[in-house]
Design a protein around this ligand. Sequence first.
Ligand SMILES: [Mg+2]
Length: 167
Amino acid sequence: MDGIGDSVERFRPDHHADTLPEVSLDMLSAAGVRGIVVDLDNTVCAYHQPELAPGVADWVAAARARGFALVLVSNNFSERVASVGAKLGISVVPNALKPLPFAFLRALRLLGTPRRATIVIGDQLFTDVLGAKFLGLRTLLTKPLVEHDFPLTRVLRFLERTIARRT
Ligand SMILES: [Mg+2]
């Protein structure tokens, strides 16, 4: 594969779903997944909103009941991430600086699952998917809950659409 092809491959998620609650736990089990890293903003909650999106609490509870290990990894600040993690009853890694690998490595230690059995679920190619792929983790891209984003995110969305047309 040529250089451009390799670059595009880095952004291709293994799986897609419209929303987190639509991710099939049966599918994850069948794929050998045991650890789940979940993004916060626009995956679990809309931007600036403290409330969980519809179905998220039930999905997380079902995943925990089935024995999946879960951790919330977010580029957002500690207080917001800790508050959402407490609602869901799962560990958190805030200030993650995704796509850098440090927070994902911390998440792997918290989950206690090997990389090949760990999936990152989030709404952004340039943070969630790219960061996961740097470490050889599985990836699932959701659609963002709302379109209102930080200005930098809007720039990244434009680049995502450009890349998506090539994949
Ligand atoms: Mg997000």
